[in-house]
Design a protein around this ligand. Structure first.
Ligand code: DQA
Length: 152
């Protein structure tokens, strides 16, 4: 008897200041708004036949609460830690605590920017990191995560 495979559920988290995308340093982050990025992720989720939930907060605690609530519900997470990348110890520990893979995403290539921006404490806990493709970093990471979860 064949069983229907479980429908995957992916959480997408955006950290501080990403609500300002579109008008925030467009020469670095582009002119696409966060709403447009979420719409593109949702369209990809429909194409891949998975469920997705997108959430933005300027507070580390709110991101931690969302990850904790996802523990028995979600299969993976895409996270742009933004300004929490370098010193977000709570996020680092949380990524290690949750049972599902978390993929770090950045619109810009943080390694090609200021020295202080290059060290990612979040990336050290993440499964993988995708950066430098603008809004496409999200969709590239999303597709790769779904494919890998399906392979597992
Ligand atoms: C960012 C890069 C971070 O260094 C910065 O603090 C951000 C955005 C990116 O997506 O390129 O807020 O995470």
């Amino acid at each position: 008897m064949s069983t229907t495979p479980k429908r995957l559920k992916i959480l997408v988290l955006h950290g501080p200041n990403l609500n300002l995308l579109g008008r925030r340093e467009p020469h670095i982050y582009g002119t696409t708004t966060l709403e447009q990025i979420d719409s593109r992720i949702e369209a990809l989720a429909r194409e891949l036949d998975v469920d997705v939930e997108c959430f933005q907060s300027n507070y580390e605690g709110a991101l931690l609460d969302r990850l904790h609530a996802a523990i028995d519900e979600f299969d993976g997470c895409i996270l742009n830690p933004a300004a929490l990348t370098q010193h977000g110890v709570g996020l680092h520990d949380c990524i290690k605590a949750v049972p599902f893979p978390v993929v770090e995403v950045h619109l810009s290539n943080i390694h090609a920017r200021e020295e202080w921006r290059r060290h990612s404490i979040v990336g050290q806990a993440a499964k993988a990191s995708v950066q430098g493709f603008g809004w496409r970093s999200y969709t590239a990471a999303f597709r790769a995560l779904v494919e890998q979860l399906r392979d597992a």
